[in-house]
Ligand binder design. Structure first.
Ligand code: BUP
Length: 455
């Protein structure tokens, strides 16, 4: 008795890759009797986000939605998501009145790492403990946390010689994994963001990360043992953030239902990478030649129209007909969690966005990694090392080279036919479920946090 139950407000950043883990965290917190207010920046960048939000609030009436009306947009960057993040940040001063109107008063605030520099000074001013949900890998976090000191030192210049990113005496990772903009001499959005946000994340009350201890033991250890930063904020692994029930019901794919268990390869490069036309064609050839069944999500402006005419233009009528024999092409948003949890699906040709990696681990689906940009090579490296999948490093970053259909087919056959990989992946699924199950590492981490917040 006598204890006040925590009231937590969540503020996500722009894009499904940031929104989804926040929604899952909100669902997880209410299942632990935490009172949750979910702040939704308005408008959203994509229709997909606003749809996900409506479904979510419809199925969680106990979660209070608070619309955060953003200032008028001013477009500085070519990337709509970067623009939107800037917009949310520059609307930050509108937050205090919104927060003070909430009842009961807030105990804790949780925001995204991309918003830390705008949010943390504001919540510090009203003495509201603020946590950051890091929506990428712990390995990526080692780079994120050390980047300000790297960028301010000779470490990046020395790279030409050593090829390895070092912080003090610690070898963080080879240069080849690092998102290229972070290595550029000239200013760019990512560099600026890493320096500014990292500097503020360090002042947060703690970092929650969507990963689990057995999956990223080494990186979590490096951070928590003070090797990356002398005095790191506490980092708590709370993943994989479990999908909530209504996620799956948002779409269905009857095509999968009569396919043999584990026989289908799911192909998706996320919502933000458009493969070049000639690479799409080679991928089509590769999928057909592999002999595997597949669901291929083609997220691309060229195929956004109703009839698929454009895709046929790209890959040709004959190829299109052959694709239809073995596979299914999806042009609009699919419910990835529905697909990955379907028994027919055994493999995932993936860009290795971190949510996708966690979803594959959660469902025991092996990954054939084909990172395209950003944090994806760092994530693919984690996938390969832990044995959740394979990665052909020579395929390079997006657009760096044209990977032939024959080679793609070969790698798909290897990956889909790899029995030991299948078994390993099922083991990882078990570990993932154990981590969030009662008494597991992620469960304990979250329980400790909540009991702190409840005081
Ligand atoms: Br695409 C797609 N359906 O069609 P990541 C993605 N997702 O449910 P990152 C769908 O969006 P980018 C689709 O399950 C995951 O939860 C997917 O996050 C879901 O990618 C999320 O995998 C995407 O971390 O890039 O890095 O945010 O925006 O390109 O997907």
């Amino acid at each position: 008795g006598g204890r006040k139950l925590a009231h937590v407000a969540l503020l996500p950043s722009a894009g499904m890759g940031h929104l989804t883990p926040f929604l899952r965290l909100a669902a997880l917190l209410v299942s632990r009797n935490v009172q949750v207010t979910f702040i939704t920046p308005h408008p959203t960048v994509s229709l997909t986000e606003s749809r996900a939000l409506s479904t979510f609030f419809a199925s969680f009436p106990q979660i209070k939605q608070k619309q955060f009306h953003l200032l008028q947009a001013e477009k500085n960057s070519f990337d709509p998501f970067f623009n939107h993040i800037e917009l949310i940040k520059s609307s930050g001063h509108l937050l205090p009145p919104l927060l003070s109107a909430l009842t009961p008063s807030l105990s804790v605030f949780i925001t995204d790492m991309t918003l830390a520099s705008a949010v943390i000074p504001i919540t510090q001013a009203i003495s509201l403990p603020t946590y950051v949900l890091f929506t990428s890998s712990a390995k990526m976090m080692t780079l994120f946390l050390s980047y300000p000191s790297l960028a301010g030192s000779r470490a990046l210049d020395d790279l030409e010689e050593t090829g390895v990113i070092k912080i003090r005496n610690l070898e963080l990772m080879p240069k080849s994994l690092v998102p290229p903009p972070l290595l550029q001499k000239s200013d760019n959005f990512l560099k600026k963001s890493f320096v500014e946000e990292s500097g503020k994340v360090i002042e947060s009350s703690g970092i929650l990360v969507n990963t689990f201890v057995s999956f990223e033991f080494e990186s979590l250890g490096k951070i928590n043992d003070g090797e990356v930063l002398e005095r790191p904020p506490s980092v708590v692994a709370i993943g994989p953030l479990p999908p909530y029930d209504s996620e799956k019901s948002r779409s269905q794919l009857a095509w999968l239902d009569d396919k043999p268990a584990g026989s289908v390869l799911y192909v998706s490069f996320g919502s933000r990478t458009a493969l070049a036309r000639d690479q799409i064609r080679e991928l089509g050839v590769g999928l057909i030649t592999s002999g595997s069944r597949f669901v291929w999500v083609v997220k691309n402006n060229i195929v956004d129209k109703e009839d698929g005419q454009e895709l046929e233009e790209v890959i040709g009528h004959e190829l299109m007909e052959r694709v239809k024999e073995k596979g299914l092409i999806v042009k609009s948003w699919v419910q990835q969690e529905y697909i990955l949890s379907h028994p027919a699906v055994g493999g995932f040709l993936s860009h290795c966005g971190w949510n996708s990696v966690m979803e594959a681990a959660w469902n025991g689906v092996r990954i054939l990694a084909w990172p395209q940009n950003g944090d994806q090579k760092v994530n693919a490296d984690v996938v390969e090392r832990i044995g959740l999948g394979t990665w052909v490093r020579s395929w390079g970053w997006s657009g760096e080279k044209l990977v032939s259909g024959a080679e793609i087919a070969e790698r798909i056959r290897e990956c889909m036919g790899d029995e030991s990989l299948r078994i390993q992946t099922l083991g990882i699924k078990e570990d993932a479920r154990k981590a969030v199950g009662f008494g597991g590492s992620s469960d304990k981490g979250l329980t400790e946090l909540i009991s702190k917040w409840n005081q």
